[in-house]
Design a protein around this ligand. Sequence first.
Ligand code: DNO
Length: 345
Amino acid sequence: MYFTFRWYGPHDPITLDMIRQIPQVTGIVSSLHKQPLGALWPQADIEIHAALIKDAGFEWSVLESIPLHEDIKLGKPSRDAYIETWCENIRRAASVGISTICYNFMPMIDWMRSDLAQVLPDGSTALAYEQAVIEAIDPRDLDCNLPAWDFDYSREEFDAILTAYQKMDAEDLWENLQYFLERVIPVAEASAMRLAIHPDDPPWPIFGLPRIITSADAIERLCGLVDSPANGVTLCSGSLGPNAENDIPSMIRKFAGRIHFAHVRNIKRTAEQDFHESAHLSSCGSLDVYEIMKAYHDIGYDGPLRPDHGRCIWNDPGLPGYGLYDRALGINYLSGLQEAIARSS
Ligand code: DNO
């Protein structure tokens, strides 16, 4: 495995120069965050971004992510043009040396939390999720200002998309995912690109919207939709972990070969569907991070791995979840575990 760090681009308060001072980080995980949803990314913009990363001494290891236009997930007739654009973006990413693309298939909303700054007993703050708070929210209230609630839609467009999803069930979404994969995987194969779907976070439906990438059974089904090594996953411990039935180390062993990107972080479950994020250490959360790192070691995982969602400590200037300090502590812990596991085996 090799260690990577997410960078949100030139506007990220956490700069590449700062990241360079974290021991062990060789790769950057990044995207062109200003591109409109569904757009063909200009080759020149991709090259400029790649050069910034290269000039700072890093490899652009993973493109996280190219968001999918909702028409693809909704299965609308217009999806074919958006899929073709996505394919061309794969080719363009490959042309600057990127070998892995992370994406997700969550309707409308990416990761969701009810609180961006829950105060923990030590005075740090962390992202938190409480099911009752989410259930009390009317998603049509566009001012509710939750994380990942970053839309440019007018109220009419928003209502139309939400209503269309509410008419769909999980099987419809699976069908649309299969349709998408059947078209993009051949292009990924031809470009030596690995696609790595990100699990749904949290791993259950919210706001009446179906969510399907939530468990080991779901990942198995995903792998079978198009049986190609290019069709893989981002194994995100913190996204799958809120469901206590998801045994992350056993999933790592089971999907060896299809895991193209590892997100390792910890969460603390506080009720059946409530949790907050925690420091990466096993003792701080509900996940056994030693066993997770041991599983990656045992399968001989040689892909990119990154820490994820740190707490906010020491007045961190970064974005919620994406500050410098706690992610740097996290990577130091993960690389310490890795060294100890490698030396003792
Ligand atoms: C959360 C991230 C996700 C991820 C996307 C990938 O912090 O891991 O936002 O980037 O779901 O498409």
